[in-house]
Write a protein that binds this ligand. Sequence first.
Ligand SMILES: Cc1cc2nc3c(=O)[nH]c(=O)nc-3n(C[C@H](O)[C@H](O)[C@H](O)COP(=O)(O)O)c2cc1C
Ligand SMILES: [Mn+2]
Length: 451
Amino acid sequence: MPQDLRTYIETVKQNNLEDFLTISREVDPAFEITAIAVKLEQEAKRRPIILFEKVKGTAFPVLTNLHAGRSRLAAAIRAKPEEMQRAYLGAMEKPIPPKLVATAPVKEVLTGDKIDLYKLPQILHHQEDAGAYITAAISFAKDPNGDTWNCAYNRLMIKSRDTTSIHLTLAKHLWEFQRAAEAQGKALPVAFAIGVHPAIALGCLAIGSIDEDERAIMGGLLGEPLELVRCETSELLVPAHAEMIVEGEILPHERTAEGPFGEFTGYSLGERQREVLKVHAITHRRDAIFQDITVGHLDHLMLSTTPIEANLYRAVRAMVPTVKAVRVPAPFTCYVSIEQRISGQAKNAILAVLGADLYMKRVVVVDHDVDVFNDRQVNWAIATRCQPDRDIAIITNARGSDLDPSTREDGNTAKWGVDATAKPSLATFTPRHRVPREVWQRININDFTGK
Ligand SMILES: Cc1cc2nc3c(=O)[nH]c(=O)nc-3n(C[C@H](O)[C@H](O)[C@H](O)COP(=O)(O)O)c2cc1C
Ligand SMILES: [Mn+2]
C-alpha cells in the first residue's frame, strides 16, 4: 500500500470528490486557514480535506482537515467506519516492525545548514496564540539509554530561524526520554515528520507501555512494514514517504516561553516555560505539502479518539471480559458499557480505565442496555441507577494532563469514577416500562396513520 499522503489524497478524491476542496485564492496564514476549516464545519456542515494552494509568505501549499472525516480515516487503515476500533486493535495485537530503505522522496530537497523556519507557513490558529505553530509534527525519538523508539505528536512554536519550543506532556514517553538525556547533560535527538499518510498519524497515537513501538503499530495499520530512512544529522530513522522532515535536538537545561495556545480542551492556556528544540536540518519533497491540524476541532478530535478508545477497550476487557463498548465523548472523559455478571465489575472497569491512560479523569460505567454513544441515555442511567454517596469513587493527587485548566498548581488532579450500573444487578432492578412484545410486533403504524 502506498505510504504517502499524496497517493492517499488521490484515493480520497477518486472515491468521493465531496471530501476534497482546493482553494486557489491566496489566504493569510494568520487565522484564515483555521477560520475556513471551522466555518465549513459549523456553517456549511462540511468537513473536507482542504488544500490551500497559495499561502501568504511561503512557497509551501498547506493541507488541513485531513482527519475530520470518519470514512476517510477508516479507509486509511483498510477498514469500514464501524470496524475502525477492531482494525486498530488488530494492529496493536499484530504489530509489523518497520524496515530501513536507502533512498526516499523526503530527501529530494536538503536544506543543509541553511535552515529558515520562517520559510514554512506561519500559521496562527486562534486569537490568543503567542505565535506560529507547527501542529502536525510527529516526533520520532529513541531512548537515550536503550533501544526503545517512540512516536507522538508534539506541537512546535516557531521561536527563531532554527529554534522552536516543544510541548512535552509531563510523564509521557518523549518527556521520559528527554529527562533521561538531560540528567546526563545531553541533548536528545528528535526528528519530526510533517505530512504523512493517516495510518502513520493514527499509529503514532497508540497508547501503551513505553516499551511498545508505535512504528510497528503504524505497520500493522498499513498492513506492511513502515519504510524508514536515516536522518542527515543523527542516527534517527524517519518515514521515507513523508512530505517533510525537521531534524533537531532538545537542548538540556534550556527552557523558553511557550504559549498562550488554543488547546484541544477548548481553552487558550497561558504562557509556560517549555523545552527548546534546536533544528539542524530540514529535508522535503520537491513540491512538498505542509500539513496543518486545526487544533481543537474535528481534524484533531477525530484523529485522537480511535487510538484512545481502542486502548481503553483493551484495558477494560482485560479486567471485565463482558465489556460492550467504550467511548471518549469529551476531553479526559470515558464512558464504558458492560454486561455486569457479578457486582463490583463496574468498579473494576473504572480502575482499568484510570490505570490505562494518563489523561483520563472521569469514567462513567453503565449497563449494556445503555448506548454510550447517546449522551441522553448515559445521563438517564446516572440519574436513575446511581447514588452518589455510594457509587462515586474519587482518587486524589494523581497525575493527569497539564492542559486541564482545573488542575492544581502542582499539576496534580483528582480523578473520579461513576458507577451508573443498576444495583444489585440489572436483572433484579426495577424493570423498564415497555409495550407488551406481542403488541409491539403486531402494530404497523401505517395502518393507523392512513399511509
Ligand atoms: C494534533 C495533536 C497534537 C498533540 N500535541 C501534543 C503536544 O504538543 N505534546 C504532547 O505531549 N502531546 C501531544 N499530543 C498527544 C500525544 O501525541 C499522545 O498523547 C501520544 O499518544 C503520546 O505518546 P506516548 O504515549 O508515546 O507518550 C497531541 C496529539 C494530537 C492528535
Ligand atoms: Mn509511546
